[in-house]
Structures are given as structure tokens and as C-alpha cells.
Design a protein. Structure first.
Length: 86
């Protein structure tokens, strides 16, 4: 069993370490923690890729902050009741 760090796993998947750190849970990337650090096994990643799973490049998404999309600047905000707010 080959254990990979975030940097090694990101290279294996062809992504940046930041993208992997921001999205590994959301994408369902198999992982575990060892000494408080996120780790991956090469075998589990290979199997995950072979099943056709993919990762998104969240840190390259326009308007993204910490892997989240932001509201369009021209979009109107609404309250919980659905009424438009200024």
C-alpha cells in the first residue's frame, strides 16, 4: 500500500494541492487522516479514477472563493420570504 500526501495525490490526479484540499470531500475522493493530516492511498485513487470519478478544478472557477461559487454581481438578492431586498 502506497500512502500519498495531498501534494502527491494532487499530482497523481493532475490537480493542484489547493483544489484537492478544497474539494476532496465534495468529490468523494477516498481518503483518511493520519496524525491529523489528509492522506490517500494510490490504490484507492486509481480504483476511484477507473470507476470514472472526476474532480473539478474548484480553484480555477471564476468568482470562486474557497471552492464556492459567489453570487453574480448583477443578481438580485432575495430574502427568505422571496421578496427582493436592496
Amino acid at each position: 500500500m502506497v500512502i500519498l500526501s495531498v501534494q502527491e495525490a494532487a499530482k497523481f490526479l493532475g490537480k493542484t494541492p489547493a483544489a484537492l484540499r478544497n474539494g476532496y470531500k465534495r468529490w468523494g475522493v477516498p481518503h483518511f487522516r493520519l496524525g491529523g493530516q489528509i492522506k490517500f492511498t494510490q490504490e484507492a485513487l486509481q480504483e476511484w479514477v477507473e470507476k470514472g470519478m472526476t474532480v473539478e478544478q474548484s480553484d480555477a472557477t471564476p468568482g470562486a472563493k474557497n471552492g464556492r461559487r459567489t453570487r453574480r454581481p448583477d443578481a438580485k438578492a432575495t430574502s427568505i420570504s422571496g421578496a427582493h431586498v436592496a
